[in-house]
Design a protein around this ligand. Structure first.
Ligand SMILES: Nc1nc2c(c(=O)[nH]1)N[C@H]1C(S)=C(S)[C@@H](COP(=O)(O)OP(=O)(O)OC[C@H]3O[C@@H](n4cnc5c(=O)[nH]c(N)nc54)[C@H](O)[C@@H]3O)O[C@H]1N2
Ligand SMILES: Nc1nc2c(c(=O)[nH]1)N[C@H]1C(S)=C(S)[C@@H](COP(=O)(O)OP(=O)(O)OC[C@H]3O[C@@H](n4cnc5c(=O)[nH]c(N)nc54)[C@H](O)[C@@H]3O)O[C@H]1N2
Ligand SMILES: [Mo]
Length: 765
């Protein structure tokens, strides 16, 4: 391992920031060159090559950058620029030296940027901040475990502890972690999914009975039409562009629905193809609808209305009558509700023209097999659950669920966020799971629902949380209302962060805090019975093995499972219901328990070791069996809101730049959007700027406006004239988070509604 002097911090300077033309294509030679350059420089050619060629391969590790599916036949170089960045960031040989903690008081570290914190290198020794101290200092693993156990035992109720999970956590780890919380006696298991696809889970759960993707990887190449809504795959799921390109080659049409013109959805230069390297690449979107933020539910209703109109014109030929009769409920009510859909409201809510909506309807009507994919552009709105229900409605009308080349395809974010839920990381797991868990281990799991992310922050603010444990993640930066979250974390008795890299949450702590450093996914995990593998579930319900490839950076690092077991043994001793020690020596033991508790994991070990994985069963996808209360897919009538935006105000969304992974910032650039050396920007349509009398390049303070009267503001953002839909603006996350009140969440899923916030821009004088 190497210790490199800390790099200079970056202070954002609007004068230094460069704004160029946005790109109209994504991922090609520059992508790979950008990717390989830093990897090789930092890691040395050998280590870099091992890692980059083992990513997403059989016998390799699962890339941690997103949950996009692996093709059935994995290619030698199945990686992308942003996957390579994530690997480089984790597998850096640079470590934080012991002297660091004495040199840097926590209060001074708090002034540093998230970029600088991440660039300090890997965390390699456990450190402890005692109450009243402004420094972390090294602590032994045993003392750390004893301390955690003591604080947990001192609580008046198990609900004074909260166990957060970020979605990089593997299946076996997640299973052991939720078991620890539930044996202690709490369902306080908030996770990043509460801020991510929760709205999807709720909407799909209520309508088709399962919150997961109804398509398999191979369906993309069989589709006639793929509609990509509220998602920026060029940056966040780059390997998906290969699937879209293959679909186009096979004759599919693609429609992009997005307020911003995103490079990857316009044109793709596949780095794995000669045409991508020397040619113009593949045009992706046949139609690009620059919708007003939050308007997608109205668009879906308008298309469904046109489907009914087409059916009326040619009875018996448009709707999938056999499917609707056998498998669905609610058709007539839905048809009736659309009869008086007001076209003017649709146009105002979507910002689209009648001709654009008609064109999309024509495409939908002419396609036999339709896939609709979506991500955060749908899930993080006040009306997200209803918007997604309208997506499902539209698909059901023509039988586009449970047939080849068709389906509802939520594209997950964190690489194992879906698997974590399957393993029981959820504050409201159903009784069937809890019954199974209780039977397997001989204890009575708690039944009362626990905290989700927003409730967890509220509980902290009210001083109700004594112990906070986080398996990865950086909640204080990720959640809405940064100031409220900081206030909450400052009131926690003991904050335990199990992490690979330093981040803001390590510095936003109350009395006592611990940082426990763990192996990353790229590292070999050696335990008493030998080298261990883990497993993950991707967006299309495929379970894969993940095997670390490089030597751990320090002998002090522990695996996440070993940390859970350390806490559990210090807390419960060795005579409780669970034989924790057996978990640590051999992860096959955990998999055997999972097999007994979670349906679909029959012969888990055998199928993982022998076949490298398998696909979980899925009723709607496999056999049009809908596990809802009625046994039918529910076509629902939704009461959509129109987001009112008073004159002089804009609807602000927050999204990712090309050089970040959530709260991790790799650089201050956003190549596809033409931004260099800065993140404090707000993208606005040039005509809106003209109307507001604000110049392109001006500095503004951005204020959000909510009825609680609190003035939430982020200061000195640079205005960038940009091709976004009229009346809408965009900024980066997490910089935009202080603008979103904690209570401003999606109805029904409680996900922070960070993508439609009414703001006003005030020029900085
Ligand atoms: N490199 C990289 N990869 C990642 C991540 C990362 O940070 N970096 N994060 C991972 C995670 S956890 C997740 S959840 C995913 C996120 O993947 P995405 O959902 O692609 O992430 P965002 O950057 O939030 O992009 C949201 C997109 O929705 C659009 N949008 C916003 N509002 C609306 C709307 O009202 N309607 C429509 N139709 N579109 C809208 C935005 O313009 C933007 O293109 O990516 C995962 N992969
Ligand atoms: N305004 C706004 N807010 C958002 C979003 C948005 O689009 N707009 N997106 C939301 C979404 S979709 C999500 S998923 C959340 C993300 O919320 P989180 O998942 O909480 O945040 P991350 O930034 O992904 O967490 C990064 C940290 O995880 C740790 N880490 C990385 N790898 C490992 C590992 O292998 N093991 C362990 N133990 N730790 C590791 C590192 O210390 C790193 O600093 O943010 C949400 N917040
Ligand atoms: Mo996410």
């Amino acid at each position: 391992m190497t210790a490199r002097a800390p790099i200079e911090d970056v202070t954002e300077d609007a004068a230094v920031m460069q704004v160029g033309e946005p790109k109209h294509w994504a991922a090609g030679v520059p992508g790979i060159a950008h990717a390989m350059g830093p990897a090789i420089a930092d890691m040395g050619a050998g280590r870099a090559l091992t890692l980059l060629t083992d990513m997403n391969q059989k016998d390799g590790f699962d890339c941690m950058s997103c949950a996009w599916a692996d093709p059935e036949h994995r290619k030698t170089f199945e990686f992308c620029e942003n996957g390579a960045k994530a690997v480089t960031w984790e597998a850096t040989p640079v470590v934080i030296p012991t002297t660091f903690w004495a040199e840097h008081p926590i209060s001074s570290l708090r002034e540093r940027s998230e970029y600088w914190l991440g660039m300090q290198g890997r965390l390699v020794e456990p450190v402890y901040k005692p109450a009243g101290d402004d420094h972390y200092r090294p602590i032994s693993w045993d003392d750390a475990f004893t301390l955690i156990a003591d604080r947990l035992k001192a609580m008046e109720s198990p609900d004074q502890a909260t166990f957060y999970t970020s979605g990089r956590t593997a299946n076996e780890t997640a299973f052991a972690y939720q078991l620890l919380a539930r044996v202690l006696g709490t369902n306080n298991l908030p996770d990043c999914s509460n801020m991510c696809h929760e709205s999807t889970g709720i909407a799909m759960g209520e309508t088709i009975g399962i919150g997961k993707n109804t398509v398999a990887y191979k369906d993309f190449a069989k589709a006639d039409l793929i509609i990509v809504m509220g998602q920026n795959p060029g940056t966040n799921h780059p390997r998906m562009l290969t699937a879209l390109e293959e679909a186009k080659d096979a004759g599919a049409q693609i429609v992009a629905i997005n307020p911003l013109l995103e490079a990857g959805l316009v044109r793709y230069k596949n780095p794995q193809r000669v045409r991508g390297i020397i040619g113009h690449g593949t045009g992706i979107a046949d139609q690009y609808l620059q919708i007003r933020a939050g308007g997608d539910g109205w668009l879906m209703k308008a298309i469904s209305q046109r489907v009914f109109a087409a059916e009326d014109a040619n009875p018996g030929t448009v709707l999938d009558h056999a499917f609707l009769a056998e498998h669905c409920q609610g058709l007539d009510e839905f048809r009736e509700s659309l009869a008086d859909l007001d076209p003017e409201t649709v146009l105002r809510a979507t910002g689209l023209s009648t001709a654009e909506i008609d064109e999309l309807a024509e495409r939908y009507l002419h396609a036999d097999r339709v896939i609709i994919t979506w991500a955060m552009g749908l899930t993080q709105h006040r009306d997200a659950v209803n918007i997604i229900k309208e997506v499902i409605n539209l698909l059901l009308l023509r039988g586009n669920i449970g047939k080849p080349g068709a389906g509802a395809s939520p594209i997950r974010g964190h690489s194992n966020v879906q698997g974590d839920r399957t393993m029981g990381i959820w504050e409201q797991m159903p009784d069937a799971f809890l019954d199974g868990l209780g039977r397997e281990f001989g204890f009575e799991p708690p039944r009362a629902h626990g905290y989700d992310v927003v409730k967890a922050v509220e509980a902290m603010r009210q001083g109700r949380t004594k112990v906070w444990i986080a398996m990865g993640g950086n909640l204080v930066s990720a959640v809405a209302d940064t100031r409220a979250a900081e206030e909450g974390f400052a009131k926690v008795g003991l904050n335990v962060q199990i992490s690979t890299k330093l981040n803001r949450n390590h510095l936003t702590v109350g009395d006592e805090a611990l940082i426990l450093p763990v192996l990353g996914r790229t590292e070999i995990d050696m335990q008493a019975t030998g080298e261990q593998i883990l497993s993950v579930e991707d967006s299309v319900c495929a379970i894969h093995a993940s095997r670390g490839k490089v030597q751990p950076l320090s002998p002090l690092l522990r695996s996440e499972i070993s940390v859970i077991v350390g806490i559990a043994r210090a807390l419960f001793g060795d005579d409780g219901p669970v034989d924790w020690a057996s978990f640590e020596c051999d992860y096959d033991v955990i998999r055997d328990h999972i097999e007994h508790v979670v349906p679909g994991f029959e012969h888990f070990n055998e199928r993982l070791h022998r076949d490298d994985g398998f696909i979980l069963p899925h009723g709607p996808r496999d056999s049009r069996t809908f596990p809802t209360a009625t046994g039918k897919a529910m076509i629902t009538v939704t009461d959509l809101e129109y987001i009112d935006c008073p004159p002089g105000r804009l609807l602000l969304q927050s999204m990712r730049s090309h050089d970040q992974f959530n709260t991790t910032v790799y650089s201050l650039n956003d190549r596809y959007r033409g931004i260099k050396k800065g993140r404090r920007v707000v993208f606005v349509h040039p005509d809106d700027l003209a109307e507001l009398g604000i110049a392109d390049g001006a500095l503004v303070d951005v204020h959000s406006e909510f009825s609680d009267g609190v003035d939430r503001v982020v200061r000195a953002f640079k205005v960038v004239a940009y091709p976004t839909s009229r009346g809408c603006a965009a900024t980066y996350f997490p910089e935009g988070n202080p603008l979103v009140p904690l209570g401003f969440t999606a109805l029904g899923s409680n996900t922070p509604a960070s993508k439609s916030v009414v703001v006003r821009l005030e020029p900085v004088r």
